[in-house]
Write a protein that binds this ligand. Structure first.
Ligand code: NAD
Length: 291
């Protein structure tokens, strides 16, 4: 297929390179420069998607996605597929689907989990919203860039799945970190804490796979000075999206709100650029008084 790939940052660059390595013709555009192996260079987003079967976007925000969409939709051939893999507002995904539909294009919101490691190794999970027919057209490409693609429902369902998952992750990571900090102050060895919780009802992905305590459990950013991994800033972005969506549909998200507020504070107080599991040393340094 001929693919126009817009947004070649930490995630987009390896994703585009994997598509090219699988034999697709990939033309990329990024104002910061194209640096993906096997990927051709265009001078604009509209040039990158000219004559393409598929336009793929991997951008920082919904506002930027809307701008890029305004540029490229009129330049896309009818019947082409617009796949957005960025993490953006559910409403942005739905609006984009409507505009694409009116222009005779197929569209999917297909945010990912798996981070830069998953993007590089082609093992991302795609959470996909949009029509079944578009999903089937996109599936071969998603299977190159990822290990799993789950069709979640109509437009916006992929973004909804992504923010719900990451709201659970944010809250679970904080709960895991505060329990480690408490365990420490109670004189409980970190290894014992891990051995018990990882095999008990307190277990979770945060504990078992991405343990925030250094030196115990599988290798994780905690063992590498809390270099991301998944940066706290990105977690805050996703929690803000979750809170925005919850407000719009009047959903109760007390732990999501607490997680957002705590990550905002952590980032203000020096956590920016650190892995989101660095919440552990932050909490360890704090006392009982609410922070
Ligand atoms: P990034 O900042 O590394 O990359 C974004 C790229 O978009 C940059 O290279 C930037 O130059 C480019 N860009 C900005 N404006 C543009 C425009 N108008 N046209 C074309 N390109 C433009 O971000 P990332 O880490 O690659 O994340 C991309 C998306 O994936 C985000 O929505 C993020 O929330 C999501 N995501 C990231 C991770 C992760 O671990 N990094 C994990 C899951 C999801």
């Amino acid at each position: 297929m001929k693919i126009g790939f817009i947004g070649l940052g930490n995630m987009g660059s390896p994703m585009a390179a994997n598509l090219a390595a699988a034999g697709h013709e990939v033309i990329g555009f990024d104002p910061a420069g194209v640096r993906a192996e096997g990927v051709g260079t265009a001078q604009s987003a509209a040039e990158a998607i000219k004559g393409a079967d598929v336009a793929l976007t991997m951008l920082p925000s919904g506002t930027i996605l809307r701008d890029v969409a305004t540029d490229i939709i009129p330049a896309m051939d009818p019947g082409a597929v617009f796949i957005d893999c960025s993490t953006v507002e559910v409403d942005t995904a739905r609006d984009l689907a409507e505009v694409c539909g009116a222009a005779g294009l197929f569209s999917l919101d297909a945010p990912v989990s798996g981070g830069t490691a998953g993007a590089t190794s082609g093992t991302l999970t795609f959470m996909v919203g949009g029509p079944e027919q578009a999903f089937e057209k996109a599936r071969p490409l998603l299977e190159i860039m990822g290990a799993r693609a789950i069709h979640c429902g109509p437009a916006g369902a992929g973004q909804a799945a992504k923010i719900c998952n990451n709201m659970i992750l944010g809250a679970t990571m904080i709960a895991t970190c505060e329990a480690f900090a408490l365990a420490d102050k109670l004189g409980l060895e970190q290894q014992a804490m891990f051995d018990v919780v990882s095999t008990s009802s307190g277990s979770s992905w945060s504990m078992n796979t991405y343990c925030p305590a250094p030196g115990v459990g599988p290798a994780s950013p905690a063992d590498n000075g809390y270099e991301p991994g998944f940066a706290a800033d990105l977690m805050l972005k996703d929690l803000r999206l979750a809170l925005g969506a919850a407000e719009r549909v009047d959903a109760a998200v007390p732990l999501g709100r607490a997680a957002r507020d705590l990550y905002a504070r952590f980032i203000d107080e020096g956590g920016t650029g650190r892995d989101f599991s660095a919440m552990l040393p932050y909490l360890r340094a704090a006392g009982f008084s609410p922070i």
